[in-house]
Design a protein around this ligand. Structure first.
Ligand code: ARG
Length: 436
């Protein structure tokens, strides 16, 4: 009888290599490895494929997901100006549902009943993989070897691997835990676990330090069509190519680093460092264009939607109906987001210095204080009278009640805090005058 099959999300690193052997030994399964190319740094995809097969996988699928990542995932993140806790651009959270979608497709293609991943039991990624897989096919079963095996340290894991002839990377003690893709890099563990330690220089690979960044500023013009970047410095490019080009420019100027404490879904606060040069610059530029193109109430309402979107995606809800509904809201707001934003990069900064748009709602004649001003200054008086009426009624009532309680307090009006009585009297007089 042929063995049952499991599809494993494979990176080529120690954890997922040990997973291949462990799934064979502990569960007696045939392992199909899936390597998703989401633009991460790697030692060569062919090399990773060979390693999976050498370690015992019966097949290894290497899938280029970069275009899909940009056009289906990052494009929606742009529309939602996606920043979890107003800071983190969700780079890992965005790649997990994409990889999960392919895990499910490969499982269906090979007739596999199981899906496995190499995440620990303490992070967000396990939730994202499992929630995504189960939303796409609730009949699949998940195995998370790292949560199950008793290999407690990296060196125990390396020994277990060496005993079984699995190639172990030379850096036996990996200093950091890193996840990366074309949107950026996430770095945690090691010296970063003490939030007081300044992040060591060696964690950054996409961005220059402030010291090394050029002494000359650089200007970049980004053009958007329906909310998506479509040209850089006047040259039309795909969204994916713009991300790559801007990673180079922004990274060179030391822009895009984050050092933060974030709240994981599992309840732990963790210290994370990120570098997201293009992503942060693009979100900044996109917001600047929305500022001029979106009607005020839509813009304000959208801020709340954006928070909900980022939290849902952080929490692994990419394929949920809530996230789909939030996407629909964002999509309806993007039709008018057309125009150009001018950015200035200098020593770790990215500053919006100009914006122009055919869909702009900025009206010079309304905004100017010069003679071209068409704003009706006199209408402001009536507007403020009515706009403040409700709180004026409240204040009158509130202050007259306070006056009464002060008058009847045993210490007498003398005991009342100074100024309060006068204030109450003034408000009551004013409202009496207004009635007259
Ligand atoms: N904390 C981030 C998140 O949950 C990044 C996690 C990525 N993993 C890592 N090894 N740094 O999205």
């Amino acid at each position: 009888m042929s063995k049952e099959k499991v599809v494993l999300a494979y990176s080529g690193g120690l954890d997922t290599s040990v997973c291949i052997k462990w799934l064979q030994e502990a569960y007696g399964l045939d392992v199909i490895a899936l390597v998703g190319d989401v633009g991460q740094e790697h030692e060569g995809l062919e090399k990773i494929r060979k390693k999976a097969l050498k370690t015992g996988a019966i097949a290894c699928e290497v899938i280029d997901m970069k275009e899909e990542f940009a056009n289906e995932f990052l494009a929606k993140a742009m529309a939602a100006n996606a920043l979890y806790e107003n800071k983190y651009p969700l780079l890992s959270a965005l790649s997990r549902p994409l990889i999960s979608k392919h895990l499910v497709e490969v499982a269906h293609r090979y007739g596999a009943q199981y899906i496995a991943h190499g995440c620990t039991g303490k992070g967000n990624d396990q939730v994202r993989f499992e929630a995504s897989v189960l939303m796409l096919d609730p009949s699949l079963q998940i195995i998370a070897p790292v949560r199950e095996w008793d290999l407690r340290t990296r060196s125990e894991e390396a020994d277990w691997a060496l005993e079984r002839g699995i190639e172990v990377p030379v850096t036996k003690d990996a200093l950091y835990s890193i996840d990366d893709n074309l949107w950026g890099r996430a770095i945690e563990c090691g010296a970063l676990e003490d939030p007081w330690n300044e992040a060591p220089d060696d964690i950054w690979t996409m961005t220059s330090s402030l010291e090394d960044a050029p002494a000359e500023a650089e200007y970049v013009e980004l053009e958007f069509s329906q909310g998506l970047p479509c040209a850089l410095n006047g040259i039309g490019m795909s969204f994916l190519d713009i991300i790559y080009a801007l990673n180079g420019i922004a990274g060179k100027h030391g822009f895009g680093r984050l050092d933060m404490i974030e709240n994981r879904l599992v309840g732990v606060k963790s210290r994370e460092c990120y570098e997201v040069p293009a992503g942060l610059a693009l979100i900044l530029a996109h917001k600047a264009l929305e500022d001029v193109c979106l009607e005020r109430e839509v813009l304000h309402y959208k801020l709340g939607i954006e928070q909900s979107w980022a939290t849902a995606v952080y929490n692994g809800q990419w394929f949920s109906p809530l996230k789909e509904a939030l996407d629909a809201f964002c999509a309806t707001t993007q039709g008018d987001i057309n125009g150009t934003v001018r950015l200035k990069f200098y020593k770790g900064n990215c500053i919006v210095v100009g914006r122009k748009s055919e869909s702009s709602l900025y009206d010079f004649a309304l905004a100017t204080y010069d003679e071209e001003d068409v704003f009706d200054h006199k209408s402001a008086k009536g507007f403020i009278n009515l706009q403040t009426l409700s709180t004026k009624v409240w204040a009158t009532k509130h202050l007259s009640a306070e006056k009464q309680s002060v008058a009847s307090c045993p210490a007498g009006p003398e005991g009342a805090p100074s100024g309060l009585i006068e204030e109450a009297e003034e408000v009551l007089n004013q409202s009496a005058c207004a009635k007259a």
